[in-house]
Write a protein of this length. Sequence first.
Length: 254
Amino acid sequence: MLGDVARAAGYRLIIRDEVGSTMEEARRALDQGEPGKLWIVARSQNAGRGRHGRQWGSPPGNLYASLLLTDPCEPALAPQLGFVVGLALHDAAARLLGPVASELKLKWPNDLLLGRAKTSGLLLEGDSRAGRLNVIVGCGVNIASCPSDTPYPATFLKATAPQASVEAMLEGLSDALARRFAIWSQPGGFGPTRAAWLERAAFLGETITIRLPEGPLTGRFAGLDASGRLELDAETGRRVIDAGDLFFGPPPQS
């Protein structure tokens, strides 16, 4: 179920037993005229995917959810929604973990880590039609299990918090998203969103590698600029990066 805050803010929920992917279900709902603020949750997926079209294993016991937002912002601001949703994922997981929540960190641009191991990822997709931008946000949270064939370690919430459940995570995530989205939607709202994200950032101040189309780039993770781009202090000077895959240590082989 959705949380009380989410329901009061007009968010709604559809639950399916199994789908190809909740992202595609959300896109189908948009095609049918869905007005948005709609969460679609599946108990399992048989065609789940992550960034760059990567397959996302989706066995029962984990949270697979997509949120459809219609006309949430100007197109140029849409990438900032990744920080909003990342903070909501952190809020919800921290609520479940309690005393060990300090081990949760946000990895740019779209992962939630627990002890430097991935426990959640998100995917943003835009859809422009009728002169407005619609955004579908996909969230996958490892609760009862995690994949083993990932570029860096993965974990699941029950390994640390046996009481964690899909239902509790969804309730917490929906409420946290409603709160974080409301803050971000205010004039100047990315300022507090950016500050909150940096407080929870993984590897800030550390040496990282960003895999870019032209090849890997290594430097010190210096922060985020005013629009949310990653600031990297490389040997050649400060670089500002819109998108890429971040790795700690040497980048994995392609």
